[in-house]
Structures are given as structure tokens and as C-alpha cells.
Ligand binder design. Structure first.
Ligand SMILES: *Cc1c(COP(=O)(O)O)cnc(C)c1O
Length: 416
């Protein structure tokens, strides 16, 4: 258990669970997403172990990687799911989760979606005062719900992924607590949980605790609570030496504070967490093939058969993803910009030392498990890659490569 904890990632893995990535690329072609299922379950277990002193429910943030086979794997490891769309709720149900294991955390969706989710039997996370009012008018105290609080904390790796600060659209401002309480009373709402999610790439146990503390203080105003949901956002390492959330430390500190709170509250509640990136980021590898090596007077570009259509994070967040040359591990190193084939500025990684890249070489882009495939698009009318899960020492195709028929399926070609 927790084999990977405190262990630097193998820098340039050539094998996953004993299977060579080269053979996987050969068998399934490129571009290809490959996931190491063992790493995912190890991450689930690391959180379970760190929080073993409290009744913990892990609600995996489906939006990080939503393939049904991955969801099944996570279910088998003992977690539930957090869904941010009705479609993700449905994927969770398809993966075999009970409705009671699914949390629906919408962000400004129409009330028809809320009603559908209630009909499906999942927990609703109310994210605005108008939604609280409407929910109360329709369901009163017949359907319990959770409230998403915006604690006004600047947390997370950068402004684009920080969602719990004052100017953020998410949740209901903690300063509006009087209004929240008024609506709860007036509409006779049964509030079963309080929720914060402040952002992604949170390193510190202290920052995480600050969000939790806001909920602990607020909780006394809500007598029917069954759980406190502290959200996700644990940081993983993107490169050698990168700091990552010390989950054991967070677990110990938050568990202790939580148990002290429960004592004061007078009831043992459940602690919910919603890790996304932490569970799946390091499990994923995007394998791409080098189409061209282009030297300019100043830069050498390695152009590959993928791009921001398959992995948006470098262009969207300036995210750093490690890249290495799988096909020529022992070549002399040179400096490259690894670029995609999309007709936009499409830089996957710049200024990287790689062993010599030749046409046809397979490059591996690391940390591609979270917000990789799930953010992929068909921009430039490109097809989305296949996905392979390595589980119990075998590669399993869990999504076929798209075809031109997939691209045109819903188009209606008119006579013109
Ligand atoms: C995105 C999201 C998460 C997961 O964030 P990570 O940084 O991937 O851990 C958790 N909860 C909610 C509500 C989210 O929107």
C-alpha cells in the first residue's frame, strides 16, 4: 500500500506494471492516453490511510478523468464521486455507483437539471441563494441538500484554478451567511452538509485547514448536518523535485481538527473529500509520435501528432508537463520545443533537454491523467485519441480512437 508515497516518480518510465510503453504504442498507435491503474488505487489508499482516524468518504472529482472504466476502478478502491454536470452524474451511475455515493456540485445550472438530479437520487450541492430559494420552494425539507460556501480564501496554484476567493463565481459568500440562514428557516430546508472547494494545487495543510475551519465555525448554525465536505485540490509533482501535498500531514492535521469540531458539535459527522488531480494525474501518460524535427536559426522544434486539442493544460494554464524520448533514451541531449500540430501557437513544452529526437520517435508526456482527455476537443477537426488502462499487468483498451464518422455523426448536411 501507498508504495509511491514519498518516492520520487521514476523519471522516465519505459514500463508500466512490467509492460513496455513502446509495445503499447505499437499495438494501439499514437496519439494515445495510457493510465496506470495501480497508481490510481495507490493514491486512493494513501488518502484513506492518512485520514484513517475519521469516517472518511472520498468523492472523486469526475471531471479530472471521466472514463467509465476509470470510475469503476475508483469505485472498487472504495471511493464515491463528485459530479459537476448531469452527464457526469449519469457516467457515475453507469459505472455502478449508488446514487447515494454521488455528489452533484453544479455551477449555475438550470433548475431542470437540479430536478433531474434529485429524481436520480443524488446529493445536491446548492451554489447560490436563488437556487436555495427555488430548491426550498419545490422540496422544502423533503430532500436534504448541501451548501457550497465560498470562504474567501486565495488558494491554489494560480488565479485560473483558484475558485474560493472573493471575486470567484463559485459557492455562496460566507459574508452572506445571514441570508443563507434566513432562506433555510423560511423554506424549511434540511441542510445535511457544508462544502468548500477553494482551488487546485493546494500545497499546504494550513491553507486546506483554513477552508475547513470556516466550515467548522459555520456548522453550528446548521443542526441537521451529516457531513462536512472539504473539496479537493491536493497538489501533485509535475517535475523532479516539485513539492507535492504531503497527504499524510494534511490527513493528520485535518482529522484532528475535524474530530475536535465533531466533539463540540455533539455528533460524529462524516468528512468528505473531492480529490481529482491527486488520484489520476501521475497515472497518465500521453504517447505521441514525432512527425518532424525542424531547426530554425535559434530553436529546434519537435513537432508531434498531437497538440492542445488533446492536452490543453500547457496552453490554458501554462502548465508544465515533463516530456521524454521513449525511443532514443541514450542519445545525446539537445534542447527542444515540443509543439503540437494545431494551427495555433501550440507549445506542449519549451526549452527542454531531450535525448536526440528523430522523426518517428515516440515522446511521452507525463502527468496526463488529470484534465488531459477530459479537456480534449476536436479542434482543427482532429480525432481524439484512444485510451488504454494498464490493470493487473495487462493493457486494456478503454476507449477506441475516434473516426471521421464520430466527427460527422450529428451533422445534418443540407441540400444547398
Ligand atoms: C475540480 C473540482 C475538484 C477537484 O479538484 P482537483 O484540483 O482536481 O483536486 C473538487 N471539487 C470540485 C467541486 C471541483 O470543481
Amino acid at each position: 500500500m501507498a508504495k509511491f508515497e514519498n518516492m520520487p516518480q521514476a523519471i522516465k518510465p519505459t514500463h508500466i506494471q512490467g509492460i513496455s510503453l513502446e509495445s503499447i504504442a505499437e499495438k494501439y498507435g499514437t496519439p494515445l492516453y495510457v493510465y496506470d491503474g495501480e497508481k490510481i488505487t495507490n493514491q486512493v489508499h494513501a488518502i484513506q490511510k492518512a485520514f484513517q482516524g475519521v469516517p472518511l468518504k472520498i468523492k472523486y472529482a469526475t471531471k479530472a478523468l471521466s472514463n467509465i472504466s476509470i470510475l469503476k476502478l475508483i469505485k472498487n478502491a472504495g471511493a464515491g464521486v463528485d459530479a459537476v454536470s448531469l452527464e457526469e452524474v449519469r457516467l457515475g451511475l453507469m459505472a455502478g455507483f449508488q446514487p447515494s455515493e454521488i455528489m452533484y456540485t453544479p455551477s449555475g445550472v438550470g433548475f431542470d437539471e437540479i430536478q433531474e438530479a434529485v429524481d436520480l437520487g443524488v446529493m445536491i450541492n446548492l451554489d447560490s441563494l436563488p437556487l436555495m430559494r427555488k430548491f426550498g420552494e419545490v422540496y422544502g425539507n423533503k430532500v436534504g441538500a448541501c451548501i457550497r460556501i465560498n470562504p474567501h480564501i486565495m488558494a491554489g496554484g494560480n488565479i485560473k484554478i483558484s475558485v474560493g476567493h472573493k471575486a470567484s463565481k463559485f459557492g455562496i459568500s460566507i459574508e452572506q451567511l445571514p441570508e443563507i440562514l434566513e432562506i433555510v428557516k423560511e423554506k424549511n430546508l434540511r441542510i445535511l452538509g457544508l462544502h468548500v472547494h477553494t482551488g487546485s494545487d493546494i500545497l499546504d495543510a494550513e491553507i486546506f485547514l483554513r477552508g475547513a475551519n470556516v466550515l467548522f465555525e459555520t456548522a453550528f448554525k446548521f443542526p441537521d448536518l451529516e457531513f462536512i465536505d472539504c473539496g479537493g485540490g491536493f497538489k501533485v509533482a509535475y517535475k523532479e523535485g516539485d513539492p507535492r501535498t504531503d497527504i499524510q500531514e494534511v490527513g493528520e492535521k485535518v482529522s484532528k481538527a475535524f474530530q475536535q469540531f465533531c466533539e463540540k458539535y455533539g455528533k460524529q459527522l462524516e468528512l468528505w473529500l473531492e480529490p481529482g488531480k491527486f488520484l489520476v494525474s501521475e497515472s497518465g501518460y500521453l504517447l505521441v509520435k514525432t512527425n518532424v524535427v525542424k531547426k530554425t536559426p535559434t530553436i529546434t522544434f519537435a513537432g508531434v501528432d498531437s497538440g492542445l486539442n488533446h492536452l490543453l493544460r500547457p496552453m490554458l494554464y501554462d502548465a508544465y508537463h515533463d516530456v521524454y524520448n521513449l525511443s532514443n533514451p541514450d542519445g545525446n541531449t539537445h534542447t527542444y520545443n515540443i509543439v503540437g500540430y494545431i494551427c495555433e501557437t501550440d507549445t506542449i513544452a519549451s526549452d527542454r533537454e531531450l535525448s536526440e529526437v528523430r522523426e518517428g520517435d515516440i515522446l511521452v508526456i507525463k502527468n496526463a491523467g488529470a484534465y488531459g482527455f477530459s479537456m480534449a476537443s476536436n479542434y482543427n477537426s482532429r480525432l481524439r485519441p484512444a485510451e488504454v488502462l494498464v490493470w493487473e499487468g495487462k493493457p486494456h483498451l478503454i476507449r477506441t480512437r475516434e473516426t471521421i464518422e464520430d466527427l460527422t455523426r450529428n451533422q445534418v448536411v443540407i441540400d444547398i
